[in-house]
Write a protein that binds this ligand. Structure first.
Ligand code: UD1
Ligand code: CA
Length: 448
């Protein structure tokens, strides 16, 4: 038997007034990715056959994010924000003739798990005409309440602004995730939704009562409250972040990493951590970071778009910026910043150093206070340091420059010309000594 195909429509046209922001709500970041990306990823992971997105006018950035995940993804524009039913209508070209069921997802519900989309899909495959994912919460403020009849069948949804005091006391809420048996069912129901309500909006949630009145099979599935939190304000964004962080930390620990103080480690949606990695307290992972097996990350590090090789040791207080690639058994110590640079196996940069646009050969040792001067105010230039080279402390390497394999750079040098393999280069002023000078100086001072 072939499975009924599913189309997911993700609504993202809302202005998000309660965020008090110039950025569209679904572009606000959660674990380093826009809210919308989380919803689209869940839909993809649930293997829905088709996905489309509804955005507001001028939300090119939102459309760009959607197309960034899938260039062919249809994006529809809802011209005026007249409610969730009106938003779905904007995508009618996608669902009107669709030979399968249709799922509506809200772009501001980023914690949704693919498994939950799977249960919705299963209920639709069983023949349900309309399925809503509900959840129970002690604080239902702001959510639509689910109305059940005495047999527990879903008969309607009441938006908070339209609810009676009695209805407001209901703790069973609408997650916003809703499925329709077919494109035709959805089309027919949408045509009958009006806007005679407190907000004067076309509520998608009215589809439930209309479906009941038409004798359709409506069902409610229970979801977890921590999965369907809707982000409407900055406070809810922070709540969603906390829930997502807890989930990401659990995942990396389940996969074999030790987090000494998990609640102090911040991960991104795409952070990859290997087995037997140890992460000390207070570490931040921005997007695009991979840590391979056996690496140790000491406290107070900040990483974005970086690759940490097997058994490497990083920190405390290290900053890895985009394009930092640390090979196996490398060491990067305190107060070191690395950008767009490669460290080959066993290379060490232990203290107080800036390495930018540089390749460092295997087992090379970069002394404390070394700076690669990669920027001349106009363009960036590369530094190449050969395998086994030794850069003495407090040296400046003025790029473009090459330090040959096995070469030494004397401490305090400013190196602006290439250094041959196995040579010593130094630019130090000769040391001069004046015997007894200090004693004479002190004597003069006390006489005054
Ligand atoms: C909605 C539900 C509510 C549910 C809650 C769950 C309706 C009428 N209410 O309320 O029952 O408990 O979500 O989080 O559906 N959107 C558009 N165009 C519009 C209006 C909204 O695309 O004209 C999008 C928004 O971008 C958002 C989603 O639809 O992603 C939900 O809109 P929002 O205004 O946040 O609805 P809630 O008041 O949270
Ligand atoms: Ca919402």
């Amino acid at each position: 038997m072939t499975q009924t195909p599913v189309l997911a429509i993700v609504l993202a046209a809302g202005k998000g007034t309660r965020m008090k922001s110039d950025t569209p709500k679904v572009m606000h970041a959660l674990a380093g990715a826009p809210l919308l990306v989380h919803v689209l990823s869940a839909a993809k992971a649930a293997s829905v056959e088709e996905i489309c997105v509804v955005v507001g006018p001028g939300m090119d950035e939102v459309a760009g994010v959607a197309r960034g995940l899938d260039p062919g993804l249809p994006v529809f524009v809802q011209r005026e924000q007249r409610g969730t039913a009106d938003a779905v209508k904007a995508a009618q070209d996608a669902f009107a003739g669709f030979a399968g069921s249709v799922i509506i997802l809200y772009g501001d519900t980023p914690l949704l798990r693919p498994e939950t989309i799977g249960t919705l899909r299963a209920a639709l495959a069983e023949g349900a005409d309309l399925v809503v994912i509900g959840f129970e919460t002690e604080d239902p403020t702001g959510y639509g309440r689910l109305l059940l009849d005495e047999c527990g069948t879903l008969i309607g949804i009441r938006e908070e602004k339209d609810a009676s005091a009695e209805e407001r006391a209901i703790k069973l809420c609408n997650s916003g995730i809703m499925g329709f048996g077919s494109g035709k069912t959805l089309t027919d129901l949408l045509a009958r939704i009006g806007n005679a309500n407190a907000k004067g909006e076309f509520y998608l949630t009215d589809a439930v009562a209309l479906a009941r009145a038409g004798g359709l099979d409506t069902r409610m599935l229970r979801g977890e409250a921590d999965e369907v939190l809707g982000v409407n304000s900055r406070a809810e964004l922070a709540q969603a972040e906390a829930a997502m962080q807890a989930r990401l930390r659990d995942k990396v620990m389940a996969e074999g990493a030790t987090l000494v103080a998990p609640e102090t480690v911040f991960l991104s949606h795409d952070t990859k951590i290997g087995r037997d990695v140890i992460i000390e307290p207070n570490v931040f992972f921005g997007p695009g970071v991979v840590v391979e097996d056996g690496a140790t990350i000491h406290s107070f590090c900040h990483f974005v778009d970086a690759h940490i090789g097997p058994n490497a040791e990083v920190g405390p207080y290290a900053r890895l910026r985009p394009g930092a690639e640390l090979g196996p058994n490398t060491k990067v110590g305190n107060f070191v910043e690395i950008k767009k640079s490669q460290l080959a196996e066993g290379a060490k940069v232990n203290h107080l150093t800036y390495i930018g646009d540089t390749s460092i050969g295997a087992r090379a040792n970069i002394g404390a206070g070394t700076i690669t001067c990669n920027y001349d105010g106009v363009a960036k230039h590369r530094t190449e340091i050969g395998a086994g080279a030794f850069i003495g402390s407090n040296s400046s390497l003025v790029a473009p420059v090459k330090i040959g394999e096995g070469a030494y750079v004397g401490s305090g040098s400013v190196i602006s010309k290439d250094v041959s393999p196995d040579a010593l280069a130094l630019t130090r002023a000769p040391q001069e000594e004046r015997p007894g000078w200090a004693a004479r100086f002190r004597k003069r001072q006390t006489r005054k």
